[in-house]
Design a protein around this ligand. Structure first.
Ligand code: GAP
Length: 520
């Protein structure tokens, strides 16, 4: 086996390379690119759609197939407008915005402040790195708690965070503007501090239902899939004879008019969520919350990425409807960011739907012999963020023993877009026909790729670049002894095996069942 070295890239280089790789190999394209694109909207290409489908399927099977008390639905994107009044989105789903009067550029006030804090954090990190390089027996915790410059900067950060949090809690938008001015934050385009007032901006997209001239009414593109689950709670409970505790899962598009759209598919205006609402008896919700935290973290870890890439971030300031909440954060190339949210949402949503619709949203508990509005624990993950996490972790640039380089996507084999490539060594002598014959045997069970163009080495590199776990090469010897070469994407090891053993070998390599077994 040849030895390889993984190229060390900075987070920024890595992220840039991942974005261009995603485009070059048909994973992600900018939306309507021929018209110069649409900001924060992306299309999934021929490879991307497969990886996304496989990620969605893994989530769905882990949630619905492995749990007898969870069922799925597929609610419409459009919902009655009162839904969003009841959920609180019409009144409170806002971002604070501020414009620079000189450049006319619009910013999210909280992001301006966050970026300022990040700069101060950068200074602290530099101090730490300098000291680490200087002292062999460096103790980071000790250094952070004693170094004067670090302490001073940490104090600044704490003070800014408190001022911002207090102003937002009091809906004191003038206070937020004053903080931006006091911190001397400038516009990145004009370089000036000529700021407008801060105002709240609702993130929901609206449109008209029906003809505009006649009885049209304003409806919204859903900003979360969860409400489709809440309004169907009793439909599912009754028709499915579900007993509490039980869950309803759903995957689907959600839409938010994000003002600061950046970091590729991390923050999009149209994205996909995979959500599950778990309905429980009041008083038991915090136990279930802990259980779902552990279950979801175990699911993430089952993907096989390093444990150090994940952490919980508990919400200190809770939304008014929650009595516990946390994020599962993932270390993207641009740092730790939210990948999934787990929220104990109390009975807020069902109670409000009961009030706004005038229809009871209660469950009769036969064991307790009483009616109640269930409490809800929600798990909510963005499929596009999961896709980005997978791509970020899989993307590897390697220098091989002979000095050549290869880019390989080490996507977990069961998630790979194509599971196997079948490659005739040359385009003649009956090899393509034999390869097609093998392909026909495998393609009933797996997505396979047939490729005869270019040298075999180039084809292997291309398969590495799209993350195909196995390549099967058909050569002249195959016609005589019925054996093929199987090459492994990760190790590049090649072995000769009989065509009859191929299906079993492939199934073993990409088995979703074995993966699911780890979760039971
Ligand atoms: N129902 C709860 C809810 O929607 P959220 O924290 O606003 O909670 C849940 O969103 C998840 O949806 C996030 O953890 C993230 O993965 C994903 N998400 C949210 N906004 C997104 C955006 N603009 N682009 C991509 N994913 C997004």
């Amino acid at each position: 086996m040849s030895t390889t070295t993984v190229k060390q890239l900075t987070g920024e280089e890595r992220f840039r390379n991942i974005i261009s790789h995603a485009k070059e190999y048909g994973f992600i394209f900018q939306s309507s690119e021929i018209y110069d694109g649409l900001s924060a909207v992306y299309d999934y290409g021929q490879m991307g759609v497969e990886l996304k489908k496989n990620l969605r399927e893994y989530w769905w099977k882990a949630m619905v197939q492995l749990n007898e008390n969870i069922v799925g639905i597929d609610a419409a994107i459009f919902m009655h407008p009162t839904t969003w009044k009841a959920s609180g989105h019409v009144d409170a789903f806002n971002d604070p915005l501020i414009d620079n009067k000189d450049s006319k550029k619009r910013y999210r006030a909280d992001v301006l402040i966050e970026d300022h804090v990040a700069k101060i954090e950068g200074k602290i990190n530099k101090e730490v790195e300098k000291a680490r390089a200087r002292f062999a027996d460096f103790d980071e915790a000790m250094f952070r708690s004693t170094n004067a410059r670090v302490l001073e900067n940490q104090q600044k950060i704490d003070q800014i965070n408190t001022l911002f949090k207090d102003a937002m809690e009091a809906n004191d938008l003038e206070g937020v503007r004053q903080l931006i001015i006091d911190l001397e934050i400038t516009c990145a385009v004009s370089g000036t501090r000529n700021w407008t007032d801060v105002r709240q901006f609702n993130l929901m997209f609206s449109t008209q239902l029906g003809s505009v001239t006649e009885d049209s009414s304003t409806i919204y593109l859903r900003p979360e899939t969860a409400q489709g689950i809440f309004v169907n709670f009793l439909n599912v409970q009754k028709t499915g004879r579900m007993k509490i505790p039980f869950g309803i899962a759903q995957t689907g598009k959600a839409f938010r008019n994000e003002i600061v759209a950046r970091q590729f598919i991390f923050r999009m205006r149209e994205f996909e969520q995979m959500e599950m609402q778990f309905f429980v008896k009041p008083g038991t919700e915090l136990d279930w919350y802990e259980q779902w935290k552990a279950t979801r973290m175990a699911w993430h870890r089952s993907l096989g990425f390093p444990e150090s890439r994940y952490r919980f971030h508990d919400h200190i300031k809770l939304a008014h409807y929650a009595n516990a909440a946390c994020d599962i954060e993932f270390e993207f190339p641009f740092g730790f960011k939210e990948l999934e949210g787990i929220h104990s949402r109390t009975d807020f949503d069902l109670r409000n739907h009961e009030q706004f619709s005038g229809r009871k949203q209660q469950y009769f508990d036969p064991e307790e012999n009483e009616n109640y509005i269930p409490y809800v624990v929600e798990t909510s993950i963005g499929l596009d963020r999961l896709f980005l996490a997978t791509l970020s972790e899989a993307y590897t640039e390697e220098v091989l023993e002979d000095g050549s380089t290869r880019t390989v996507l080490r996507i977990p084999a069961f998630l790979a877009p194509y599971k196997v490539a079948v490659l005739p060594l040359v385009k003649k002598d009956g090899l393509p026909e034999k390869a097609r014959d093998i392909m026909n045997r495998l393609k009933l069970d797996h997505l396979c790729l047939y490729e005869e163009k270019d040298s075999i080495g180039k084809r292997y590199r291309r398969m590495d670049a799209i993350g195909t776990p196995l390549c099967v090469t058909v050569d002249h010897q195959t016609l005589e002894d019925g054996m093929v070469t199987v090459r492994d994407r990760d190790t590049m090891v090649q072995e000769r095996i009989a065509i009859e053993s191929l299906a079993a070998k492939l199934q073993d390599k990409v088995s979703l069942q074995r993966q699911l077994l780890c979760l039971i």
